[in-house]
Design a binder for this molecule. Sequence first.
Ligand code: NAI
Length: 572
Amino acid sequence: VKNICCVGAGYVGGPTAAVIAFQCPDIRVTVVDLDQARIDRWNSKHLPVHEPGLIDIVRVARDGTKPSTVMLGNEDAGKVELPARQPNLFFSANVSECVAAADVVFVSVNTPTKVSGIGAGAATNLVALESATTAVAKAAKPGAMIVEKSTVPCGTARTIREILTLHRPGVPFEILSNPEFLAEGTAIKDLLYPDRILIGSSQTETGQAAAAALKNVYATWVKPSKIVTVNLWSSELSKLVANAMLAQRISSINTISAVCDHTGADIDEVAKAIGLDQRLGGRFLKAGLGFGGSCFKKDILSLVYLARSLHLPEVGEYWMSVLHINDFQRDRFVNKVVSKLHNALMGKKIAILGYTFKQDTNDTRESPAIEVIKTLLAECPAEIAIFDPGCNVAEIRENIDRNVPTSEAKPLKPLGPVEAYSNSYDACFNASAVLILTPWDQFKYPAMTQKDSVFRKGGDRTISDAQVFTKPDLTEMDIIALGEYQKAKATSHVQLANPDPLNRLFEQSECAVGCMYCETAQQADGVKLSEPVDWARIAYNMREPKWVFDGRNIVDSKEMELLGFRVESMGK
Ligand code: NAI
């Protein structure tokens, strides 16, 4: 494989293609999209997707690197010569030209839930997938491998085959399924250190040869034992089931948080106690407001639709209940807010910390915050003030405009009583209650100690012997480890914050004058968005009795009470 084209430059296509390009400098990787504005952002310093570590990976693969000499510790430790690297990651809106050059085409377009027609509200809308596949069918070179990266209903490979045969009868193409398991917020870590790579293929000789060729690409940086090959239908179904099972754990623990709220039990203690059982494990047992995002709900609905189509209504009902509990939990949270404020929100300002569906992303799709805001608006508060460290004011305003109907937003100000702020202090000023809706580290109290590096997992790459770096032909993972090694020796904040400890990156090109993203990046009024929120400052400027409703169980209520807050959490 010498040339890969990824159709769809979204939250999956962009980061996935960037990591493949980063790890495989000899493969030319092009990401294409119909949305020219999105492509322009991928080619600028304001990437359309915010993910920790993404810009570092993109700068290496998209821009190439300069040759550099790195001094290792003291003089005896020696030095490392890093060669220049040529760019091999490209972003383009010219779909057919880039597809035509590719040996492998990833299709990673959006596959949302249908909103009208047969199966509305449950079945998957395959319009984007069909249109992308048609474009691929028309342009792809004979023998190309067409890879489903999008999450699709079980059986979609057959649809892709039909489209290919319709437009290019008799031309050989192999179809593979390679669903993506990355989670937003940790996408780069998940891609660099995947738990597994799943490849589904037809069980014919050519199908298995294609699976082996794709496996070879991943094997550049993933242990072969972690690359699992299965049949096409197992691969398609596994992705839906993985998301359904993850969401089910969240709903399960949330039902127990409701029981805790009515007893003396504490949900965090219960989660810890059960999570120590190795059969259960401790992850995905954090109670809170429930899940959001563009995947869990739609993938469960897709599974429910499949079960119902197969005349398995009990299976459908089982998975549907995971979604019902998610709504129940969110409603329980809002009801608690309204009732603690004496069912009287009129005249009160409510501050919302966190608008994205989870931390470390700018993605607001299906964010629980949207439904919370709609319900609160019906209570006619004086203002709902929103701040999120991952979304700027313009993005939140645009999103509210799109998701909250004008009649509900009651247009008093430009947005009605809903307003977006560029920092938490302005948002919380004079508020009667603060609602924590997204578990950003910045909102935690007591504040978090240092965060783990995106580029290291479980200490895998913590190298203390500098001589490791003097071997010839360092891989990009070795170079990452070298950067980490240099940072570990940093003695000042400036050195620690340096995004280029190896001095190999090119300067990023300047934006045009009046660039909207440059302007909004400077909006935070001197507040560093990456730093922990000063809760004492927030308390000082709030109205009594200074309510904090912690929808994510990330503040210690006893410690917060010492600052003068009254705190309500979920199940504690
Ligand atoms: P997205 O909406 O961020 O990106 C999809 C992109 O495809 C858009 O930029 C759109 O303009 C482009 N597109 C649509 N039709 C096209 C066409 N015919 N030609 C070229 N470009 C086209 O979606 P996202 O989040 O990247 O998801 C993509 C797929 O990956 C979905 O099936 C999703 O379920 C799946 N997935 C998403 C994950 C996530 O965390 N967002 C994780 C794992 C899988």
